[in-house]
Design a protein around this ligand. Structure first.
Ligand SMILES: [Fe+2]
Ligand SMILES: [Fe+2]
Length: 398
């Protein structure tokens, strides 16, 4: 049973919610309160898995409440519920809310948002890590791209097209903008998986507000996070995205699935950034272990943290509501067999792209690198296609 806490100052809205959500009483243990103060008092007594808060409330509004929850109960999933008229304020809540819903919200939307977001909860046994990941409202960007995007938005002739292109090159910006645009708040019929499409949907004014006033992005501080080489991580991420998309295309996947493959490839190692920023000490220990015992990075992470950058990255993206196929491809990029797909999928494309690129990069070095999972490819009966994928990889890196 998931424990879900609803907060709204209007008691008739709460009783409406209570009535409409009655069919879920076997799945969710629901509590309804009319103020932020009461919500915090209850949370002090017993933790909740999810909090769904109204935006506009007297004394303590939704943002203030969720800010408090973020500090005191970081592992709780935070959802804000607000009206369309409050789009700007809603976007300001992006520093404290994982998901945004628009009023009135149907049972189905609420149910799928909570279920999809909490689906990954059991995946990370390390509670300390769960708290750290839940605390992130954004990740740092490559400084060069951060400057480029703010310059473009500050310029009177700034264009959405260029903004979209810059964002598409940055792992952190892409993840964040897709979190916003994919939230149920915007009620889009389909998942959006490209930054260009995302900024087009939001419009220049909203994007400007988000980046320049709300400051949803930040610049990576290489001195503070010495343990990670962001430039090469970004380069590897970008090329994995391109190759994953080409592999998906060569397998005859449609445009949407190709976009998902690109996004999955781009995001696959985002967990490494989460680790470097959120747990810098453990991150350096991982690097040490990789060097001394010739382990793959995820094997070393498994030993030190009990989980890997793949699980960490997918947990964050799941919490942010990115498309499920993308989240799965990130989770299983090293061990695609665990995804339990019986045909070619986004996960296959991302796994293959990453393995082929690592394999090549390190071929002249004396230590282990991620490899293609041939048993898995054999089960899908697509081993014969590897030579085509390898050619695509060679053309890309030559
Ligand atoms: Fe990886
Ligand atoms: Fe990788």
């Amino acid at each position: 049973m998931k424990r879900v806490l609803f907060v709204d100052d209007e008691s008739n809205i709460l009783s409406g919610l209570r009535r409409t959500l009655r069919p879920l009483h076997k799945e969710w243990d629901m509590v309804f309160v009319t103020s932020g103060k009461d919500a915090l008092l209850l949370m002090d007594k017993q933790p909740f898995d999810v909090i769904v808060s109204d935006m506009r409330m007297p004394i303590m509004n939704g943002v203030q409440l969720l800010k408090e929850v973020k500090e005191r109960f970081p592992a709780t999933l935070r959802i804000i519920l607000s009206g369309y008229a409050e789009t700007e304020t809603t976007l300001e809540s992006t520093h404290v809310a994982h998901q945004f819903l628009a009023k009135p919200c149907s049972v189905a939307t609420l149910q799928s948002t909570v279920n999809q977001t909490t689906a990954l909860c059991g995946m990370l046994a390390n509670q300390h890590l769960v708290s750290i990941i839940s605390h992130f409202d954004s990740l740092p960007s490559l400084p060069r791209l951060y400057v480029e995007v703010t310059d473009e938005l500050n310029s009177p002739s700034g264009s959405l097209e260029r903004v979209g292109k810059i964002m598409a090159k940055d792992v952190a910006m892409t993840a964040k903008i897709l979190q916003l645009v994919n939230s149920a708040f915007f009620g889009l019929p389909q998942h959006v998986s490209s930054s260009s499409q995302a900024v087009n949907l939001l419009g220049i004014d909203v994007v400007r507000g988000l980046v320049l006033s709300t400051k949803v992005f930040s610049s990576f501080d290489q001195d503070a996070q010495a343990g990670i080489d962001l430039d090469s991580l970004w380069e590897h991420s970008a090329i994995t995205g391109v190759l994953a998309k080409q592999i998906a295309a060569s397998e005859g996947m449609n445009r949407t699935l190709q976009e998902n493959a690109f996004l999955g490839g781009m995001m696959h190692d985002i967990g490494k950034l989460v680790l470097a920023v959120g747990l810098p000490d453990e991150s350096s220990k991982v690097a040490e272990l990789v060097a001394t015992e010739d382990l793959l990075s995820w094997e070393a992470e498994q030993r030190i943290l009990g989980c890997t950058h793949a699980e960490i990255g997918s947990y964050l993206l799941g919490l942010w509501g990115l498309p499920g196929a993308v989240v799965a491809s990130v989770a299983f990029h090293h061990q695609p067999g665990l995804a339990k797909n019986d045909s070619f999928s986004t996960t296959t494309a991302v796994h293959a792209a990453n393995a082929l690129l690592h394999d090549r990069e390190e071929s002249d070095v004396e230590h282990r690198t991620p490899r293609l999972d041939l048993d898995y490819l054999q089960q899908l009966a697509i081993t014969a296609n590897v030579s085509t994928w390898r050619k695509a990889q060679q053309a890309l890196v030559s």
